[in-house]
Design a protein around this ligand. Sequence first.
Ligand code: SF4
Ligand code: SF4
Length: 294
Amino acid sequence: MKRHFDRIHCTGCGNCIRFCPKGILKLSSEPDEQGIYITVTDEEACISCRSCETMCTRGAFWFSDTDEMPEDIRIMGRESLPDHAGCQFGIMAHMLSKAIVNLGIEDTVTIFRSDRSEANLLVDSRGYEAPYFFEEALKFKQEHPERLVVIFYSDPKAGPHENAKERFRNLKDEKITLIHCLGYFEQTDDYQGYRIPSEYLAEQMAQKEGASYIARGNLTTVPDTLKTERYMEEALRCQMRGEGFSVVEIIFPCFFRLEDRPKDPITPETRGRIHQWFSDSIVPEFRPGILKEK
Ligand code: SF4
Ligand code: SF4
């Protein structure tokens, strides 16, 4: 397989560098008009492990036997991801597009999301004002039971978390798949400590009679990211079998909010520090895994 790199989509966030096992990726020393980007220092050393593809926050790296772009990259909505370099919504959108392509459901899935840009996949994807896309999705599923409905719920701060609690708890046995992107974590003492969200929603939903599948993932390592993609696939499979609601909670650090919405771009070093804090403190508290399956 040949590695392709789309310079135009690279934000220079540096996430891929952290995961290349051969250490052959580096940021350009001479920015062009679009800023810094990634260079490969030793082509011969590349083992085609595809970690750069999995961990790229923008879909800038992709692999193909031909020069044709794979369907998962094509439909992940690279053009409309949030602006901040390093934002993990790009990885989530890519893992969701992979799950959709692997299941061959590009034409039968409908995604409901906020009207901002978090998972604007190039399938039937509908944006509504948050949090009302949730109700719109349930109504749509009742009217169109033949469609596979995904609710992409971004939950990075107190308000959305309150809304999430209220809505998730009211689920009964609706045949939908909920992707819960949980970024509501607060650092304390300059990333020495943390406050956890007030609720462990995945655990609560796993107790519900009507739930068919509940899992939690993260995007902290390559294996965990690939596992998160498989959880999404399995959650969608439950809906394809007509089972009750399925949920994949994906925990992530919202750099922008954690750094108090800075005017200047967040540096790769700061993101690295936040990644470390998140892996050491939050991931052990919110372990990845399957919490319920039938
Ligand atoms: S495929 Fe693997 S070894 Fe090659 S550049 Fe990407 S991460 Fe590095
Ligand atoms: S992760 Fe993607 S967007 Fe970020 S520097 Fe690497 S190639 Fe560029």
